[in-house]
Design a protein around this ligand. Structure first.
Ligand SMILES: [Zn+2]
Length: 212
């Protein structure tokens, strides 16, 4: 692996940041404060596990599925391909067909979301998502991992459940909430490590890429 330069594709976590509308807000608070006479600064945080850059575990949509603490390192560390999606509505089969997708691939989709959606703390409803047909296409091709650049692989009003189901029930690991605006399409080394939260349906993660 090239040690040259790591590119951070995670989004920053802070109080008041964007989150899925019916999920809890992010609150990060200083509970002890040196400026107020405490011996150390100590913070507490509260957030939903599907906020910011995070990994979805099968149990998020699959009854009896694995929790995020069982995420295999192989799915989240290794070569990954950034595919640029031109469609400004959804990732669709007709566009995926041009990319010669192979079994075992880790795919990260760079869409309009990366430059559009993270500039605001307001939730963007019409973000680019993966259509349920495209999700089934990806599971038919036995990809290993799928990453997207906003808060869900599925859409806000359509294909939310179907797209998650198609990917998670096929054993595909999902990374959501990436910011790929600084990355050109191509093959990189990916490292993404979700927090080891026992039996959780998701977990915040740090994700980085290195040029190969
Ligand atoms: Zn999620």
């Amino acid at each position: 692996m090239g040690m040259s330069s790591w590119i951070d594709i995670s989004v920053p976590l802070y109080t008041g940041m964007v989150h899925w509308p019916d999920n809890p807000p992010v609150r990060i608070e200083r509970m002890k404060n040196i400026d107020e006479g405490d011996v150390a600064n100590v913070s507490a945080m509260s957030m939903g596990v599907h906020t910011g850059t995070h990994v979805d575990a099968p149990i998020h949509f699959v009854h009896g599925g694995r929790g995020v603490h069982l995420a295999p390192f192989e799915a989240l560390i290794g070569p990954a391909r950034i595919i640029e999606i031109k469609d400004t509505h959804a990732v669709k089969v007709n566009e995926l067909e041009h990319h010669d997708i192979q079994p075992g691939e880790r795919l990260l989709f760079k869409t309009l979301n990366s430059t559009r959606c993270w500039r605001t703390d307001d939730f963007i409803e019409d973000f680019v998502y993966i259509s349920q047909a495209a999700a089934r296409y990806l599971s038919d091709r036995h990809v290993q991992t799928v990453g997207v650049d906003y808060l869900s692989v599925g859409g806000f009003t359509t294909d939310a459940e179907e797209t998650h189901q198609a990917l998670l029930s096929a054993g595909i690991w999902i990374i959501e909430g990436l910011n790929l605006s600084a990355v050109e399409p191509g093959i990189y080394e990916l490292a993404c490590l979700p927090l080891k939260i026992v039996d959780s349906d998701g977990a915040p993660a740090r994700a980085v890429l290195a040029a190969r």
